[in-house]
Design a protein around this ligand. Structure first.
Ligand SMILES: *Cc1c(COP(=O)(O)O)cnc(C)c1O
Length: 441
């Protein structure tokens, strides 16, 4: 079966399954983990979603023979469209989200001796780019209600070395930008938003990623806008974007195509390809509708889960006017499930046909961080005495708890019919009813 026939097929199947009639045994009987009938036998929507639009767009690049941004115009077109979509002045596409962040840190001259304030609850790339610049990540504890950086704890972490505050809009939810921008403004410290999970998220009706000096996005395959690999920086400062352009192009500016080999700074090659640009232009036509579906399903799911004791969906700050729901996140309390551990709860959910994960572990406690900070280069820059004090500054007890309680659903599970949300809630309720048996088994 061809891929697009499969997609059409699954769309039809999804429509038919819109009001599924569950057997009593599946919904109320023995949990699937203990040999009962699984609540759900149909898979959740598949990802990526594509059809002839993507094929045409990519075939156009293929046939043109202009496969890199130096020879074509597709990446530039994507940049213009993405900047417009977000309401930003300028955009630079990069090879991935990690390089969007790295390019930004370079353009801000973040380097050895600098401290960067980061959340401990994020994808490791947020930290890796700080380490790649030989700067020091300083972790500020999480707000367990929202899963975001606890903005009210940022000020206490600022030192004369703090060169940047880098909040992450984790899961597509938005960090408390009012508080962050107020502190940053008062102390004269730039803010960069890691918006790699937050395409089309909004704060006070304005797009996440457009509040800081720059906002960085990822188009890696799991993200809500997907070109396999890809990334972008948006900013209202066109000169800043030009500095980013030069860095991502081996320090060559836009006018130095062809055989001008003069360099003004250091750089790397972190360019997006024309194929990825073409894929993004096509995928972007789906983004608004998909985001709306996720938002509607997530709101409905939250209304269902709020009624289940021991399940606490991540809340939003009042000024988050749109959540991109890259992840649907909630906290699980075993006490309301007769002591059933989170690990076993998750296995039971998987068995019922509702795949979930436990998400991140505490980044601030990662052995690789300690190894990096005691490496030859770091010792040379900072001295052993200063590095020894680092661990004490990075306790994040709330985040430790969050990492033990969190349960995630991926964004693709929010793309189906409303009845899928009922299935998710029913699976949790089924497990709760039989939690005594599950805990014993
Ligand atoms: C995905 C992600 C990145 C890195 O993006 P890549 O495109 O995978 O390099 C950075 N930060 C966060 C929060 C992410 O989710």
């Amino acid at each position: 079966m061809k891929r697009r026939d499969f997609i059409r097929g699954s769309l039809i199947a999804g429509a038919v399954a819109a009001a599924p009639k569950r057997s009593r045994a599946a919904a109320e009987g023995k949990p699937a983990l203990l040999g009962g009938e699984p609540l759900r036998k149909t898979p959740f929507p598949s990802w990526p979603v594509f059809d002839e639009t993507e094929e045409r767009s990519m075939a156009g690049v293929l046939r043109s023979g202009k496969w890199n941004r130096g020879s074509g115009h597709v990446v530039s077109r994507f940049e213009a469209e993405y900047a417009k979509l977000l309401g930003a002045k300028a955009c630079l596409a990069t090879a991935n989200g990690t390089s969007a962040l790295l390019t930004t840190l370079n353009a801000l001259d973040i380097g050895p001796g600098d401290e960067v304030i980061v959340p401990p609850y994020t994808f490791v790339a947020t930290i890796n780019v700080v380490l790649a610049r030989h700067a020091i990540p300083v972790f500020v504890d999480s707000d367990v209600e929202t899963f975001q950086i606890d903005a009210h704890k940022i000020e206490a972490a600022i030192t004369p070395r703090t060169a940047l505050i880098m909040p992450v809009h984790l899961g597509g939810n938005v960090a408390d930008l009012d508080t962050i921008l107020e502190i940053a403004g008062k102390r004269g410290i730039p803010v960069v938003e890691d918006a790699c999970q937050a395409h089309l998220a909004e704060w006070r009706g304005r797009k996440a990623g457009t509040f800081g000096k720059s906002g960085c996005f990822s188009f890696q395959a799991s993200k809500n806008l997907n070109s396999g690999e890809g990334g972008a920086i948006v900013s209202d400062d066109s000169d800043f974007i030009e500095r980013c352009y030069a860095f991502h192009n081996n320090s060559r500016g836009r006018s130095t195509a062809g055989y001008d080999f003069s360099y003004r700074a250091r750089g790397l090659n972190l360019r997006l390809t024309e194929f990825e640009g073409a894929l993004l232009i096509a995928q972007m036509t789906r983004l608004e509708a998909q985001s709306r579906t996720r938002g509607q399903n997530a709101a409905y799911l939250t209304s269902l889960l709020r009624e289940i004791p021991g399940i606490r969906p991540a809340s939003m700050y009042p000024n988050c006017t749109r959540n991109a729901y890259h992840l649907y996140m909630f906290r699980y309390d075993p006490a309301k499930f007769r002591g059933l551990s989170r690990a076993k709860f998750m296995r039971a959910m998987d068995a019922e046909g509702v795949p979930v994960s436990g998400g991140y572990s505490p980044l601030n406690k990662e052995p690789f961080l300690k190894n990096t900070l005691t490496s030859k280069g770091y010792k040379r820059i900072y001295g052993e005495k200063e590095l020894a004090g680092w661990t004490q500054r990075n306790h994040c007890p709330n985040n430790d708890r969050l990492c033990e309680e969190a349960v995630w659903l991926t964004q693709t599970m929010l793309l189906g019919p409303r009845s899928d949300m009922q299935d998710i809630a029913s699976a949790i309720q089924k497990i709760q009813r039989s939690s005594a048996d599950l805990a014993k088994a």
